[in-house]
Design a protein around this ligand. Structure first.
Ligand code: SF4
Length: 707
């Protein structure tokens, strides 16, 4: 390095700004400086969550800022089908025209809004307000429905409150035993592994539950390689053994819970031999894990998408919560139950009103008191607020149908890659009268749009996000956005003004939106009333609920009671139903999907980063050596993977880390490489979460890829 280069680096370091990674819910702190063209980046050692750690995705994240494919001008679909640049004025006028024409012809509900767990709290809040107040439609939901809704529903039902981790991450390092279900942290959130490493260095045990022996499973001491879709049976089996062997915490159950008798009666039907048949997990392993959990002075049970993205995702999570309650773990220091949120703002994004059934502060939209309160904050009559709308997949399935949405406004979501049965969703999008997409790249979804609005990226905007612990953090602006790009708050406020509702959207900054969000959430379960940007900066984040300026925030929940009507947690009856599709003669294997180290979600950002794309240019189909032999497949072969919905092409990766009856494919690619074209849209009846994690599939060698 030359002296000049060293000097430039030092200048960048001196002038760097502390902000956060744009990707996952771990929200690593980073120092960012230099310029968008020549960014300088370092993990923020002072930020106590990641303590300086970043994964490959975080290190390379600034490459998206000055990327050649960055959208810098609005685009409009022309009569000849091409998407061509237009001015902001023309684009916004067209959006207003599409909205008004649709609502005049088909009614208010014919305009829908689709948000994202990537939006800041301010953007998510404003999007919910925009839908209800500027568009007067109930049709709003977001891609977090595909991520966190099962865990959220289960925690609400069992504890009266959903916060992914009801305790700080630091507790993980203190737990004697951690049972990690359906999550591959070592690839999805690598810096989080430092907590598990510390836990194990102190003598703690990590037990994983996963059909694959993932990188995370390999770092633990025990691994239960269950049959895909059998989580409820496995958890019920654990509960059965705990009861049978007198290992439950009777005093805790009596003092702090309800409905144990029903759970006990249910668990009686899950004797270990039966559970072994249902899950493939040997009886002695199940018994050993139940005893390890019970004997530990502190233990934590964590679930991830593996258990949650199923048509009985809520039941699965409730079954693991039953185990945690039976052991008296919840609310005890160093112990508990939690769910690992995935998307960057998957926690805050589900709290402040971009869900179909929700108003800010985790209020329910069908609760008259909540409606009256929000109407007061927004200066309208409660009758003007629409009621609950359709959930994400149901809204998307309604697109272009007689009583469905005809004009869709999408912010921050690439849903033709991330939605289940994605080909079906693509067909529905094509049936729309108009599709408006706000994005910074021409994603697979933006390519289908009538209007594309180019918006800012993470390092060009200010706002707050809420990480997987419930810690509200401050995303600081580092760079000015490129000319021609607007921030989402300005887009929403300007559209509202042109729709004649500008008086409700007077915001000139994220801070001003946050001030209203504080009032809107006050008194709700997710109470942000006492949180300010200054307080976040002074304390490295503030945990909600934080009801007043004097309040320090709440890192640990449930120590003294649960926010339920009687202050107790609730056991549930959680019978195993099995997945929507079981392997059969035509489709003899299970297919499961997930994330890998090098890419994030739909891949719209990470597939544009050279280093990441070079490492993982295409989806690999993981298959067991025995299964590969049976199907005549070898490492690197091109294969055709099919389900009842669609087919995709992918290369074969042979690994003993997967069960013989299961295939695994990451979901970060689009078009013919999109595994979500194949996944089953069967919905959980409570959370409306699609069953991404398990369906029936077949695989064959592809001799002629063009055919
Ligand atoms: Fe940290 Fe997640 Fe970003 Fe990786 S992707 S750097 S784990 S926030």
């Amino acid at each position: 390095m030359t002296l000049q280069q060293r000097q430039e680096q030092e200048n960048s370091r001196t002038h760097s700004v502390a902000t956060h990674c744009p990707y996952c819910a771990f929200q690593c702190g980073m120092l960012l400086g230099g310029s968008p063209q020549q960014p300088w980046i370092e993990g923020d050692r002072r930020f106590q969550v990641n303590k300086g750690g970043l994964c490959l995705k975080g290190w390379t994240a600034p490459e998206t800022l000055a990327h050649a494919e960055r959208l810098r001008t609005p685009l409009k679909r022309q009569p000849d089908g091409r998407l061509l640049p237009v001015s902001w004025d023309e684009a916004l006028e067209s959006v207003v025209h599409f909205i008004q024409a649709t609502q005049q012809r088909y009614g208010k509900e014919a305009v829908g809004v689709f948000g994202s767990g990537a939006l800041t709290n301010e953007e998510a809040y404003l999007l919910g307000k925009f839908a209800r107040l500027a568009l007067n439609t109930s049709q709003i939901d977001y891609n977090g429905r595909f991520c966190m809704s099962s865990a959220a529903e289960a925690m609400n039902r069992a504890f009266g409150l959903d916060r992914g981790l009801p305790f700080p991450l630091e507790d993980l390092a203190q737990a004697e035993v951690i049972l990690l279900v359906g999550s591959n942290i070592a690839e999805t959130m690598p810096p989080l592994m430092q907590y598990l490493d510390r836990q194990q260095r102190a003598g703690g045990l990590l037990i994983t539950v996963d059909p694959r022996q993932s990188l995370t499973a390999r770092s633990g001491q025990r691994h239960l390689r269950l049959t895909p879709g059998s989580d409820a049976a496995l958890a019920n089996g654990l509960l059965h053994i705990l009861i049978r062997d007198g290992l439950i915490d009777e005093e805790y159950i009596t003092r702090r819970t309800n409905n144990f008798a029903a759970a006990r009666a249910m668990a009686a039907a899950y004797w270990p031999e039966r559970v072994e048949r249902l899950t493939g997990v040997p009886e002695q392993d199940l018994t050993a894990v139940a005893h390890l959990l019970a004997q530990a002075r502190s233990a934590i049970i964590l679930t991830g998408r593996g258990a949650e993205q199923q048509r009985q995702g809520v039941t699965n999570v409730l079954a693991y919560i039953n185990v945690a309650l039976a052991l008296g773990l919840v609310g005890k220091p160093g112990s508990g139950f939690g769910s690992l949120t995935g998307q960057g703002n998957g926690q805050g994004g589900r709290e402040h009103g971009q869900k179909a059934n929700q108003l800010p502060g985790y209020r329910r939209i069908d609760d008259p008191a909540a409606r009256a309160y929000l109407a007061h904050v927004w200066g309208i009559n409660a009758e003007e607020l629409p009621g609950p709308g359709r959930s994400a997949y149901e809204m998307l399935s309604s697109l272009g149908t007689p009583n469905g949405v005809r004009c869709l406004f999408v912010m921050g979501s690439n849903l033709v890659v991330s939605a289940p049965s994605a080909l079906h969703i693509e067909e529905r999008l094509a049936a729309l009268d108009s599709l408006i997409v706000c994005d910074f790249f021409l994603s697979e979804t933006a390519r289908l749009a009538t209007i594309v609005l180019p918006v800012t990226q993470w390092a060009e905007e200010e706002g707050t996000l809420t990480n997987l612990e419930g810690r509200v953090i401050h995303r600081r602006r580092v760079f000015q956005p490129p000319a021609g790009v607007w921030d989402e708050i300005s887009v929403l406020c300007e559209l509202a003004r042109r729709l004649g509702k500008g008086q409700y959207f007077p915001f000139r900054s994220a801070r001003e939106v946050f001030e209203e969000l504080r009032r809107a959430s006050a008194g709700g379960l997710a109470d942000y009333a006492g949180i300010t940007y200054e307080k976040i900066d002074a304390h490295q984040g503030v945990f909600w609920p934080c009801p007043s300026l004097e309040h320090p925030g709440t890192p640990r929940l449930f120590s003294d009671g649960f926010p339920t009507a009687d202050g107790r947690a609730r056991f549930h009856v959680t019978h195993y139903q099995g997945p929507g599709e079981e392997p059969d003669q035509d489709y003899p294997l299970y297919l499961s999907t997930g994330r890998i180290l090098t890419h994030y979600q739909s891949g719209s950002q990470t597939r544009r980063i050279g280093q990441l794309q070079a490492l993982s240019p295409e989806p690999l189909i993981e298959i067991h050596p025995t299964t590969a032999r049976v199907h005549g497949l070898q490492e690197g072969d091109l294969a055709l993977l099919s389900t009842r919905r669609a087919s995709m092409q992918g290369r074969i990766k042979i690994t003993e880390a997967i069960r013989e009856d299961t295939l695994f494919v990451p979901f970060h690619w689009g078009d013919t490489q999109a595994v979500n074209r194949l996944t089953n849209p069967a919905l959980d009846p409570i959370s409306r979460m699609p069953e991404f994690k398990v369906c029936a599939a077949r695989i064959e060698r592809l001799t002629n890829p063009d055919a």
